[in-house]
Design a protein around this ligand. Structure first.
Ligand code: ADP
Ligand code: ZN
Ligand code: ZN
Length: 818
């Protein structure tokens, strides 16, 4: 019977984003599986494609055959194939884009079949084959000459043998047939290994005969015997207390054999200190007990673990992971990219050693490829990584941890627009795995689901060793102004900084705006300098006296005259980190200030360098944007100051309150982590806002209640499912026309819903709050309603032909509506 493969071709175009049918040639019928990469004819070209399904029927008559299979093993596991299909559907994305997301980026991967000489073959045994099975002997000799391993196809060509001869050797244990993933773009790393070249008995005899005359050599052979007879040459020499010259001497005598073997690059090096589990405190114990019960039930379970910073969440993750591993399962830990510091990674490595693979964007292509191979082959059981690590192709997944689950970086803002949390839920369903969402400030959506009983709530109410959370003082800057203080620092904060400087304690000062002044305004005509590519105000940067756009990077020298009215009354308003730095240096001459924002951390390694300077105590004040708010642990920090809490609050988005609360809570958590205690001073122009009040009182439940009331009143998530269709393009008229057409199609879809029309409402089209970015105009249509109904409209919308001149993208459950 004929069989067909449904193949997605790897061409990024909407028009070909559906499966095409190809005939599976008889020779491939037994081996081809979903997930295999193949070469197929496509028009006049030959292209790479992915087999998604194998079917018995073909809806078209003229069907071409699959030309070639690229890999021995399917590149994608069955689960990954299904995940790609689901994800493309769920996020309204192209399948080719979605597939690319599941593979290590920027690398052309290939699976190859190779043959490795077993490590126990002694020369005598090999010689014995020479007469009896000359082909097999020739294969072993070929492998010997090749240094211990060779590609399957090379051997067959080199020795002129059938595959059966190699398989026969494998059955007898002389060789092992293996698969591995390689890439022409990445060099594999090889180091010399050693093995015995004589039988064990012969080796023991030799040691006895030579231990006096050549003690170093004898010791080395003894180590090799003892330690599995198969070791990296350098490790062996070190173990025996000798050098590589001893290895070479023994090789010349024919006692051992040296060969080259591939090793994985380890970006974090060995030598991480080993650490065992800590004795859990009662709250940790209770949380762990619930998680372990769920692991044993082998059914999906989701926990929301809420605990302030320093309450021991990570320790709970570590112990839960250990339990999952004991049960033969694998674990994924997601952390925000920015907190993937060596410090975090070391914590996991010191507990689980080489079983940990690490994935993040700063790895070299080779390192990333090696980590991916370790995961795919099952050599690693734990992955620690940023968002895309959620796709780690484990086959025995038992636990997924998402730390700081509220972080916006878990949502990808390009196709496929997925949220790592949703992917985690899907995979947990598939594997019957446990998900732990951890945060000090859970997203409102997750807290809502926990309250509704969909997630199970776990609480770590106190910091370890019950160090108190630092007291927070909220300073009303309007009152400060009335008292005649027009400077950046309130009396309170100024006084507190001076006191800390006197006591040689350290401080963290947050202002979530970089640059010097946040806008330049003409006092004559009121004109505000704006980016010509984006409809946003330009930020003044002091070092080169330029004005810059923080959205597109455009910049120019600060003009002397107003471009509108030619007056010379251009004035700079608003405060950025550069201006705070200047003020601190003026006010406290001699204070050592480190500024950390996008401008000072562009260079690779700059981020780490600033932090270690601060950690060493070589600076008094760490001043920066939100990038200083997360994950840092400096025991000598006793004061945290926030220059203006309102920056995040004034962003025109429904999550502004949530973001503000999270940012303030996080930065406040940086104070008082040591024995000296600490305090937090928050300056604001809206002290009465609940986000600021609740952050000041370390009161998550209070924030949650107020925020929920606001969301209900304004009909935002979790009370509604939100989606938006964003239209963008370089010609404003076209963007508006397209947005109007799209809105009409959407409204038709809503009208066609069988359910009450009440289920979905469409708003717009209207200009997005960021109505022009990088010379592209942006309009959007917002949908609100029940998730199933909204998705039905969107399904209808994307399957409708879209001959639009502008780009039209769908974002279901966007993180922000900017
Ligand atoms: P979180 O992840 O909530 O910020 P951590 O797990 O990092 O908290 O714990 C904070 C600190 O307390 C760490 O230094 C950790 O080693 C320590 N710690 C955690 N649990 C315990 C425990 N049960 N006993 C002693 N120290 C602990
Ligand atoms: Zn003017
Ligand atoms: Zn711009």
């Amino acid at each position: 019977m004929e069989k067909y493969g449904e193949v997605i071709v790897d061409i990024p175009s909407q028009a070909v984003d559906r499966p095409f049918h190809y005939l599976i040639p008889p020779g491939l019928q037994s081996s081809l599986q979903p997930g295999h990469r193949v070469i197929v004819p496509f028009g006049a070209q030959k292209v790479v494609g992915y087999v998604m399904k194998i079917v018995d029927d073909c809806p078209v008559d003229q069907v071409k055959p699959i030309l070639r299979v690229l890999d021995e093993e399917p590149l994608l596991t069955r689960e990954m194939v299904d995940l790609a299909l689901w994800l493309a559907d769920h996020t309204y994305s192209r399948l080719a884009d979605t597939l690319r997301c599941l593979l290590p980026p920027g690398i052309h991967i290939k699976s190859e079949k190779y043959v490795e000489l077993a490590q126990v073959n002694a020369a005598e045994l090999i010689d014995e084959l020479k007469e009896r099975a000359p082909k097999q002997w020739a294969i072993l000799s070929y492998l010997e000459a090749a240094g211990g391993e060779a590609l399957w196809d090379d051997i067959r060509k080199g020795v002129q043998c059938q595959g059966a001869a190699i398989n026969a050797l494998a059955e007898k244990g002389y060789v092992a047939v293996k698969h591995r993933w390689t890439s022409p773009a990445v060099r594999t790393k090889r180091v010399p290994f050693c093995r015995l070249n004589v039988t064990q008995e012969a080796a023991i005899e030799w040691i006895e005969a030579n231990s006096r005359r050549a003690p170093k050599q004898a010791e080395l052979v003894r180590c090799l015997l003892e330690m599995g007879q198969h070791l990296a040459a350098s490790a062996l020499a070190a173990k025996a207390g000798t050098t590589l010259s001893t290895v070479r001497a023994l090789e010349e005598k024919g006692l051992i054999k040296r060969y080259w073997q591939e090793v994985y690059r380890d970006p974090y090096g060995k030598g991480a200190a080993v650490s065992g589990p800590l004795t859990p405190n009662p709250a940790q114990k209770e949380a762990l007990a619930a998680i372990i019960r769920a692991l044993d039930q082998k059914a999906k379970a989701v926990f929301l673990l809420r605990g302030v910073t320093g309450s021991g969440k990570t320790e709970v993750y570590l112990q839960a992971m250990a339990r999952a591993l004991e049960r033969g399962k694998q674990a994924i830990v997601l952390v925000p990219e920015i907190s993937l510091t060596p410090q975090t990674v070391r914590r996991f490595k010191s507990r689980f050693g080489q079983r940990v693979a690490v994935l993040h964007s700063a790895l070299s292509a080779g390192e990333r490829f090696d980590e991916w191979r370790r995961i795919r082959s099952g050599d690693a059981d734990i992955v620690v990584g940023a968002r895309s690590a959620v796709f780690a192709p484990f086959t025995r997944l038992g636990l997924i941890v998402i730390d700081e689950e509220h972080e916006q970086s878990y949502k990808q803002e390009e196709m496929p627009r997925y949220h790592a949390r949703d992917v985690a839920m899907w995979r947990a369903d598939r594997h019957g795995a446990v998900v732990i969402l951890g945060s000090a400030t859970p997203s409102v959506e997750s807290a809502y689901l926990a309250e509704a009983g969909v997630y199970r709530q776990l609480l770590l109410p106190d910091r370890i060793e019950t160090r108190p959370l630092p007291p927070v003082e909220i300073v009303d800057m309007r009152a400060e102004l009335k008292r005649g203080n027009r400077t950046i620092l309130s009396h309170k904060l100024r006084h507190a900084i001076r006191e800390r400087l006197g006591k040689k304690e350290q401080m963290i000062i947050l202002l979530n705006r970089r640059g010097y002044a946040t806008c330049v305004l003409c006092r004559e005509c009121g004109h505000v300098l704006q980016c010509t590519n984006c409809r946003v105000t330009l930020t003044y940067h002091e070092p080169d006296q330029s004005v810059r756009c923080h959205y597109c990077g455009w910049q120019m020298a600060l003009p002397r005259l107003c471009p509108e009215c030619r007056s010379d009354l251009l004035r700079r308003f608003g405060v950025g980190t550069q201006r705070v730095e200047e003020a601190l240096l003026r006010e406290f001459p001699g204070a050592r200030v480190l500024r950390m924002d996008l401008d000072t951390t562009r260079r690779k390694g700059a981020h780490g360098a600033i932090l270690s300077t601060f950690e060493r105590g070589d600076a008094d004040i760490l001043l920066g944007t939100q990038m200083i708010a997360k994950g840092l642990d400096f025991p000598n920090v006793t004061l945290v100051g926030v220059i203006t809490a309102d920056t995040a609050l004034n962003i025109p988005d429904f999550r502004a309150g949530e973001r503000t609360f999270q940012l303030l809570t996080q930065v406040a958590g940086r104070a008082g982590r040591g024995d000296k205690g600490g305090e937090v001073i928050i300056q604001t122009y809206t002290p009465e806002h609940y986000s600021i009040q609740a952050a000041g009182a370390h009161d998550y439940p209070a924030f949650y209640r107020e925020e929920l009331a606001f969301r209900r009143e304004m009909d935002y998530p979790p009370y509604t499912f939100l989606a938006r269709v964003l239209v963008s393009g370089p010609v404003e008229r076209e963007v508006i026309d397209t947005a109007q057409e799209a809105a009409e199609v959407l409204r038709t879809q809503i009208g066609a819903l069988e359910a009450e029309t009440d289920d979905v409402k469409a708003f717009g089209p209207s200009p997005a709050p960021l109505s022009l970015v990088r010379s592209r105009y942006r309009w959007h249509i917002v949908l609100k309603g029940k998730e199933a109904a909204v998705r039905k409209c969107l399904d209808g919308f994307v399957s409708h032909p879209q001959p639009y001149p502008c780009s039209v993208s769908v974002d279901a459950a966007p993180c922000a509506l900017l």
